[in-house]
Design a protein around this ligand. Structure first.
Ligand code: GLP
Length: 219
């Protein structure tokens, strides 16, 4: 059974995961990392930035981005990454597009991917019903996700209804996956995804088949 590693609080979880990532960056080896957005990874990015690492050999591959959003928009994932990481470190930046899987493959594949989880079990923007064999593509966001993410926008009708996302297959090919989640509202879906039936209705459940997965949770 997959173990969920409980951390004392958000700071502790952020620090722990940032340390795991920084060890890889400090090794000086080329390092391809799948990078998440959302509220959960903000603390981890802060910790990483504070470490003043050399990111020259790192390639960041973002998991997803909204469709039909200006990259300058405060809630675009381009802007999120700029504000939380890219403006502080000199790294090689990649965002999803139709040939993303080819680009990732040509770069040597993902060494490590960090994921959050949506309250409906989505990872990146792979909503319930996503095929396990899916690769990078444009998807419709579920009503649940639109409601959840509306907290970042002035009103719900400003939330984009589509996104481009790495697929489940893209994520599963990553050599290592770290899943991070915070808060009681995520605990139910986390347990369901990791400890119950593997089903496309809970996209994160595919991670049960990943050979190198670590899961971190804090209240
Ligand atoms: C967003 C992102 C996901 C993220 C999830 C949880 O919609 N597309 O990559 O993991 O939802 O976000 P949060 O950490 O804000 O709860």
């Amino acid at each position: 059974m997959i173990t969920i590693q409980y951390l004392k609080n958000y700071e502790e979880m952020s620090r722990y995961v940032a340390t795991l990532v920084s060890i890889r960056i400090q090794s000086g080896e080329p390092f391809n990392i799948g990078t998440p957005t959302g509220g959960t990874p903000v603390g981890m990015y802060k910790e990483l930035v504070a470490k003043n690492l050399n990111w020259n050999k790192v390639h960041t591959f973002n998991l997803d981005e909204y469709v039909n959003i200006d990259h300058q928009h405060p809630q675009s994932y381009h802007n999120f990454m700029w504000e939380n990481l890219h403006k502080y470190v000199d790294t090689n930046i990649h965002f999803p597009h139709v040939e993303y899987d080819t680009e990732i493959g040509a770069a040597g594949g993902l060494d490590l991917t960090i994921l959050g989880i949506g309250t409906n079990g989505h990872i990146a923007f792979n909503e319930p019903g996503s095929e396990f064999g899916s690769t990078t593509r444009v998807v419709n966001l579920s009503q649940q996700t639109i409601v959840d993410n509306s907290r970042f926008f002035d009103s719900i009708d400003q939330v984009p209804t589509q996104a481009i996302t790495m697929g489940l297959h893209t994520i599963m090919k990553s050599r290592q996956v770290l899943l991070i989640a915070q808060g009681q509202k995520k605990l139910d879906i986390l347990k369901k995804a990791l400890w119950e039936k593997v089903t496309t209705e809970i996209p994160a459940s595919i991670l049960q088949f990943h050979p190198n997965l670590r899961v971190f949770y804090c209240d």
